[in-house]
Ligand binder design. Sequence first.
Ligand code: 4AD
Length: 467
Amino acid sequence: MDLTKIAQLYAQMDQYGDATVTVAGWVRSIRDMKNFGFVMLNDGSCFKDLQVVMNRESLNNYEDVAALTVGSALVITGRLALTPDRPQPFELQAETIVIEGAAQPDYPMQKKRQSREFLRTQQHLRSRTNLFRAVFRVRSVAAFAIHQFFQERGYVYVNTPIITASDAEGAGEMFRVTTIDPANPPLTEDGKVDYSKDFFGKATNLTVSGQLQGENFAMSFGDIYTFGPTFRAEDSNTRRHAAEFWMVEPEMAFCDLEGEMNVSEDMLKFVISRVMERCPDEIDMFNSFVDKGLRERLQHVATSDFARVSYTDAIKILQDAQAAGHVFEYPVEWGVDLQTEHERFLTEEHFKKPTFVTDYPAAIKAFYMRMNDDGKTVAAADCLVPGIGEIIGGSQREERLDVLQKRIEDLGMDAEQYKYYLDLRRYGTCHHAGFGLGFERLVMYLTGMDNIRDVLPHPRTVGNADF
Ligand code: 4AD
């Protein structure tokens, strides 16, 4: 069967005028006007539907088609008629319609608008709605744009392992990977589970970040990036936390914190521009039905500089706001981790644009970040965006063996687990930096969707791992 995609018809409609084509897709709506009828068909190739006109006299199964429900799968052959005077630029005049799969009348995706909460219970079907088709196309286009950004700049794409024995963030929020039978585990002499008898001969877990292995490759290729799934057993039931999410992690040798922020900013602007260029219909829809200021905001972000402020100055800004009457639920004092409300104040009310907050207290950041000369802060930079908060976490890495060893020791971490990481500091260490972009948070930012569950095809969050 020689199929033509609906996207192709829209892209080259002049070529198709009067041509006979076969299209295949799913019914979005059907109207029966007695002697003739309309089917709106979507094949997923683009946001727009194709209007199909069917004639009772000439179509032998008119009755059967007119009786179908939304969601049915059809293969339609007909002549494409250009209709420049009507709202839609062309229509397909059906000659044959093959019903490949009728949707049963209890099909849950109805034409009327349904709540996102309800649609979350229909993960296997929700990508058939306009909204979710738009979200997941933007997700795909953004993913490609990320590869393009790094590939065009010569970065090497590295696939880091999903199963690992180390905790890249040192935060202990890992999912264990084991073949041990919980009902009958092998035990050590002191009664603990003996992981040396486990599949890998040690305790292993799903990766929380590909950074540590990414750093290995940065020390041979210079500039690399990873882009893959990461897992966190964080008990955070919020709009922006998932247990399984995708992270983009570039790592650059001979790069400092400022260089790292420049790469983050350029990458975000590049991806935004690409998505606006490649998904105009989707952005129109989000702008009309999800977030009215979206297009203007994205345009502004793509063309203006991000703000940069140190953590210490950010705390002062928040304290000044508090003194002027702004109420924060969580305390604001030097040393605390910034909460979403603080991040949102900085980006939405103070700077009114994406903002890098730099040089956080060492005590609230990961072990691998480079200690600043003040001995209190580390060379970290989180990128915060309006509406979401933190979207990127980055830093210059601690490249000095003695300083890193001491930090691992002070934090009571198991140095043995990090011996490969420490080796990089023994054999040709150099200053280097990198960041992690939470891909779902970027998709939220690009679409205006306000819940991470609605930008993941099959979200895994606390208490949810269906489908
Ligand atoms: O700040 P994080 O924890 O940084 C790292 O993992 C570093 N190893 C990255 C690096 O420097 N290579 O996470 C990075 C980003 C966050 O800014 C956030 O956008 C996202 O990952 N993120 C999550 N996204 C969804 N659900 C979660 N539970 C997330 N935890 C982090």
